[in-house]
Design a protein around this ligand. Structure first.
Ligand code: ATP
Length: 237
């Protein structure tokens, strides 16, 4: 299989006023790969994602996108939050949120087709008119996935997106994501504390530790990846 990098993290360091999160982080993510980022609380997973999303500036080093950042569309699926039942938008309107207003105050024909496809591919067509607040947890999370997919990203970031979902919903969501990964060569970054889930779906792992990091094929993810050096199991978010 020919390899083509989507991004390269080079000698990355991120400093906060009181401490440094990474010192010299290096890895390359090839297109079409499914990378799981794991690490105990405070190891720097969110900091890395925020740096990838350009919300934080590296103190040293760089993240390079290929061919460039502009050509790299990033879809982001956040951690599950139970929206209020009163949340007024329908599932269809919620999925369209990122699109409306980009070109015109209403959706173009192409955008409407993209919303239709996002609904279809996440099994939400029959629920399109349902208020998102009334949807089940799994349906809500599929709506977030559809919202991220509607812009046809090259990179999909799942940021603890399965935390707080029950087992069935977790597998349902990741089965869908894996399908996009396989069928559309979509590159995936999955941040999680759930090692069995990471092992089942990812191709490779990045384990962040407070004093360094490890990388490798997912089959080599250490069983004790989330056991802190102080000897206890790390608390999960
Ligand atoms: N804006 C900030 N200012 C100062 N320190 C910060 C800031 N953001 C994060 N940190 C610190 O940086 C370290 C890494 O935090 P980060 O949230 O990236 O860890 P994490 O691996 O995502 O943790 P968790 O699993 O708990 O979500 C922590 O010690 C955190 O307190």
């Amino acid at each position: 299989m020919s390899q083509s990098p989507l991004l390269a993290v080079e000698h990355l360091a991120v400093n906060f006023p009181d401490h440094q999160v990474f010192q010299d982080l290096n890895f390359t993510l090839q297109r079409g790969r499914f990378l799981s980022i794991v690490g105990e609380n405070g190891a720097g997973k969110t900091t890395l994602i925020r740096t990838l999303l350009h919300q934080l500036k590296p103190s040293a080093g760089a993240i390079r996108f290929f061919p460039d950042r502009k050509a790299t569309r990033i879809g982001y699926v956040p951690q599950f939050r139970n929206l209020d039942e009163e949340y007024p938008l329908s599932i269809r309107d919620f999925i369209s949120l990122n699109l409306s207003g980009i070109h015109l105050p209403w959706l173009s024909r192409k955008e409407r087709a993209a919303v239709k496809e996002a609904l279809r591919s996440t099994n939400l067509t029959a629920l399109a008119k349902r208020p998102l607040g009334m949807a089940s947890g799994g349906e809500k999370q599929r709506a977030y996935l559809a919202q991220a997919l509607v812009e046809q990203p090259n990179l999909l970031i799942l940021d603890e997106s399965t935390a707080s979902l029950d087992n069935m919903m977790k597998y349902e969501l990741l089965d869908l994501v894996k399908k996009f990964n396989h069928e559309q060569n979509l590159t995936v970054i999955f941040v999680t504390h759930d090692l069995p889930l990471a092992k089942q779906y990812a191709d490779e792992y990045l384990l962040l530790r407070r004093d360094g990091y490890e990388l490798g094929p997912i089959a080599e993810l250490p069983e004790d990846a989330l056991i802190s050096e102080r000897g206890g199991a790390a608390a999960h978010a």
